[in-house]
Design a protein around this ligand. Sequence first.
Ligand code: B12
Ligand code: SF4
Ligand code: SF4
Length: 421
Amino acid sequence: MSLPTRAPRFEVLCDITRPVLTGTAAECTFSSPGSLDYGTISLMIPLADTLWIVDQAKSLGFDLSGVVRAEQFPELQRMPEWLARGYAGEMKYLADPRRSDPQTVMPGIRSAIVGLLNYNTARPLSTDPVPHGENGEPRGWISRYAWGDDYHDVLRERLDALRESLRKHFTGPFEARAHVDTGPVQERVLAKYAGLGSLGKNTLLLNQMLGSFFFLGVILTTLDLQPTLGANELPPPNLCGTCRRCLDACPTQAFVEPYVMDARKCISYLTIELHGSIPEELREPMGNHVFGCDICQDVCPWNRRAPISTIPQFQARVFPPAEENLTSTALPPQAESFYLPRLEWLLQLSEADFRELFRGSPVKRTKWRGLMRNACIALGNSGPRPGTADHGRVSELLNRLAGSGDQVLAESARWALSRIQ
Ligand code: B12
Ligand code: SF4
Ligand code: SF4
């Protein structure tokens, strides 16, 4: 076999700081930080293809990517028990048995390509002492991931472009399906075994350099790709050690034990996925959250120095639109924003306003009714004092909702009124 005289050197970074595969395609030597030498292998086309895919993904804007074989992984074996305990609540789609076995997800599936995209933004954390608004106006917390455009669209666009590249690169018929949340797969588990990070006690994928404020997307394919991790290579090591900050900080005590969440108690579930009334005992712990929750990530030491994303679509939407300033943490005066929105502003929104304002935003998932319900609970927890002008206006808005024909909304508004009298 003839080799190019100047074979390009490559380096695959599986957990960023730790090159696990270095050399030229001809040498292709596996190494590990423990200086174990796994030997030299001959030129393998599939491995070169994997390197090519990682390179393509990078050029399409993914912060990290990796390839994993569609196999059973130990974490997935706990899924039936997790479901049997009822932890999934109303998220019935999680019971799809294919989620426990990647080999059943698609006929002929061999591999998954996992892409990771950072969405960390410059504004304060939900656990920082946040400004409560001028004149102490009550404000709600929309989760960081939902300040900008819908990540499903942002990732999907990149995954589709990667899929197109695969079509051009690989000859012969093959299937490749792109998913962001939508596929019956556990993306974090695939990402772990693609070498992108480890699972934290808060159940999220954690990367030593990037923290956890990132999204994952996958391409499931019948292509038989060489995985990013070598046969003797372990996924990146656990980063939690004795830390338990996320477990202790969770206001609704959603973690039944490290690495295991009862999703029914998670504020993210309550504010986004639950359709009915929020259980009474969880309302006060919800605080001012109106969409999602960041607490178990905000307290995580690995997010303290996590890099900031400059992707414009992930920056907080401001109304009226402000001058573009990606690193600014200050809001222009008089602006409304998805970062700490005024609860009174949210409660004033009609269904038509909601559709207009949250078009292309992840918040649309909870629908107008869900956002109003959540804003009522948040107001009940942080509403203005009786006798103030704010109190009069807010009470009027709540009274209007209390008279609504929608039982969930009416009851949530009555609860809020009872709390601020
Ligand atoms: C359902 C879902 C949720 C649910 C459930 C959360 C969860 N932890 O599973 C809710 C609505 C609560 C949620 C919240 C959030 N989510 Co979400 N979510 C998903 C989704 C669609 C499926 C995840 C899933 O399959 N969960 C099911 C359970 C079974 O998984 P599990 O927690 O890993 O459970 C295992 C362990 O408990 C384990 N186990 C280990 N030991 C033991 C011991 C025992 C006894 C048992 C029983 C089990 C067990 O076994 C279980 C089965 O494998 C994924 C996308 C995807 N398709 O993967 C995004 C995803 C996980 N979410 C994401 C995000 C960003 C969030 C939020 C941060 C959003 C927000 N700010 O509000 C929060 C974070 C909350 C948190 N700490 O997890 C990202 C995570 C990125 C990352 N860095 O990891 C994902 C990957 C979406 C994406 N495409 O980027 N989410
Ligand atoms: S997102 Fe919030 S409510 Fe959910 S587990 Fe984390 S800290 Fe708890
Ligand atoms: S807060 Fe601590 S225990 Fe929780 S995920 Fe981060 S490092 Fe792990």
